[in-house]
Design a protein around this ligand. Sequence first.
Ligand code: LIP
Length: 278
Amino acid sequence: MSTAADDRRSGLHLPGLRDLAVRAAREAANWVAENRPPGRVDVSATKSSPTDVVTDFDTRSERLLRQHLLGARPDDGILGEEGASVDSRSGVVWVVDPIDGTVNFVYDHPCYSVSVAAQVDGESVAGAVVDIPTGATYAAVRGGGATLQTDPAAARRELRVPEPPRLDQALVSTGFGYDSGLRESQARAVAGLLGQVRDIRRVGAASLDLCMVATGQVDAYFEQGLNEWDRAAGGLVAAEAGARVVDLDGGRPSRRMTLATAPGLHDELVDAVRGCGF
Ligand code: LIP
């Protein structure tokens, strides 16, 4: 497992990539927060299903991220939820979700973010998640830990997942896809899990769900059907805070499953989630 120092030898100064991710994410988050009208926001299009929506704010935020990141590092690549796709000449690819939790954003419901991660060979090495309504900034460097800044003037607080309770005392968050058939099977499985845990939370933004594992606001999170941009930065924040962030077989998180837990709760939750038919 390489550390931040090793990456420096390869010429990639990871704290520098983290700081760029923070600046770019904050710029986009501030623009969205300052320009969001009161009340509901109009939907400009739908994607994979009638409930998978996009707004002009998603596309503008992605354009800002692309300009900021590639303006600073022109040889890097970018992969964005709203279609940004540039090949990398440097080996670094920025994986961005310009507004994660778009349905929350449309309804003016709390919990939506800008998520920015730098990846090398498909693995996140640095990243930032900015909670748009609050300005709270989560950041991480591979091998260098994870931090939270409640606002840009505040000190960075080191994040460490707390010791988990047993499963029947665990607060677990999850999510549901945009496909109604998938949602029905997810709901059946969650119904089976509900009696085995303290309670379930549905936050609606995977990047913030993962950061809540890092801060201990939930004991675990799992979700099927996520894209890389949903978990690229939040997953690194959770992992660098000490969580296990894997799929059901213990490998890299995948569309099949993204699961993040404090290590002591991992096996119990995997058994329970498997037992519920996930
Ligand atoms: C969302 C995820 C969330 C999931 C939603 C959606 P989006 O991403 O962050 O966890 O439950 O279905 O995929 O579409 O708001 O970027």
